[in-house]
Design a protein around this ligand. Structure first.
Ligand SMILES: Cc1ncc(COP(=O)(O)O)c(C=O)c1O
Length: 373
């Protein structure tokens, strides 16, 4: 290993002067809480996704909890979701007094399928949560046959499309994440869209402990600005203008960042597909669009941990997203999910983010090729 080699991170943001300029407005106006930048970002995101409204929250995890809450399902009802996903997908279900039921995923797409959902369905199934893993669209249209409410987790899929339609806007409610490593990063942040505008209106009221009028709204009023109304108690999930300022700049830069992500993805696909012991991820159909959030390969015939160590020894970080939820002590009792457990043993996420240089990519590819000669 050359001593001057820098560490290559597996995820990364692309922040710069554009974000600084947006933040400057907040500091100059002394308004860093929920306010005009949040409202502007909500409109801009709605426009990006081709919907009428978007409700910004302080994280994607909280957006999941909000989404499940908005479905008003009876206590103890079951929600089907893949085990191969982020912990908050299941905890959102639990925290709403419901039962997560885990389904398997397709080994090629790493997404749930209508068949994998059907296998774990019961008379108590009340909703389905579909995750667009890495930004590859999950088959949400296929799930419509079950006639159940669908939550789309589009945390990885801010730029994904199915025949022109934005992922997250196909099911009943769609959530997004803008944490520090997402394609659109604002430190912490998330939000949701919904087919039924009444749900979004409710979410906007709920996000500040259920207070239906916010401090910024109140400051615009002339009389008794201290009064507020609570129709439904709720947690605090309020976004803020400092993060929204970063989000506004990030959204403007998204097309360029996505072009870079797409180029990296294409390079990996071209350079790695002929390695016999490696299975590269699948691409979208021609009419759809991927978000290229992460690049997950699978090793044939074992050796995943050794590859991770080989790369780490050369200062190249990798990871595995996700650790299967059905194997966590809190969710034990579910049947085994063979594809998910196989992914746990064979899959690894390689670095993919817009800050990777061509030299970084050359080093990653060369180091992978050098593993097993
Ligand atoms: C699939 C998925 N859903 C939801 C989330 C939650 O997003 P946040 O980090 O904004 O809470 C994540 C975060 O990594 C995720 O990967």
């Amino acid at each position: 290993m050359k001593s001057e080699e820098r560490v290559i991170q597996v995820f990364g943001s692309h922040l710069g002067l554009e974000e600084l300029e947006e933040i400057r407005d907040c500091l100059e106006s002394q308004w860093i809480g929920l306010g005009p930048k949040t409202a502007r970002l909500e409109s801009a995101l709605a426009c990006h996704l081709g919907v009428d409204d978007f409700v910004l929250l302080n994280s994607g995890s909280n957006a999941l909890q909000m989404a499940v809450h908005l479905l008003d399902l009876p206590e103890g009802a079951e929600v089907i979701l893949p085990s191969f996903t982020w912990v908050a997908c299941a905890s959102a279900v639990m925290l709403c007094g419901l039962k997560p039921v885990f389904c398997d995923v397709d080994p090629a797409t790493m997404n749930l399928t209508a068949a994998s959902v059907e296998r774990v369905m019961s008379p108590r199934t009340a909703a389905i949560m579909a995750i667009h893993y890495a930004g590859l669209p999950a088959p949400v249209y296929d799930l419509a046959q079950f006639g159940l409410p669908i939550i789309e987790d589009a945390a990885h899929a801010i730029d994904s499309r199915v025949a022109g339609r934005a992922c997250g806007t196909i099911g009943d409610i769609g959530i997004y994440s803008f944490d520090s490593v997402k394609n659109l990063a604002m430190g912490e942040g998330g939000g949701l869209v919904a087919k039924d505008p009444a749900r979004l209106e409710r979410a906007r009221k709920l996000r500040l402990c259920g207070i239906s009028r916010t401090g910024f709204d109140a400051s615009q009023r002339q009389e008794r600005w201290w009064e507020h109304e609570i129709h439904e108690p709720f947690a605090k999930m309020t976004p803020n203008d400092l993060s929204a300022a970063v989000g506004l700049a990030q959204l403007r830069k998204l097309p360029a960042a996505q072009a870079r992500r797409a180029a990296i993805w294409t390079l990996y696909q071209r350079e790695l597909h002929d390695i016999s012991w490696l299975q590269t991820p699948c691409d979208t159909l021609a009419e759809d669009r991927h978000s290229f959030f992460t690049y997950c390969v699978q090793l044939r015939g074992g050796g995943r941990d050794q590859l991770a160590r080989h790369l780490l020894n050369r200062k190249i970080y990798t990871t595995l997203r996700f650790h299967p939820l059905h194997l966590s002590p809190v969710y034990q009792g579910n049947t085994s999910l063979t594809v998910t457990e196989d992914l746990m043993a064979r899959a690894i996420n390689l670095p993919l983010h817009p800050r990777l240089s061509d030299a970084d990519l050359g080093r990653i590819i060369e180091t992978i090729r050098a593993f097993r000669g």
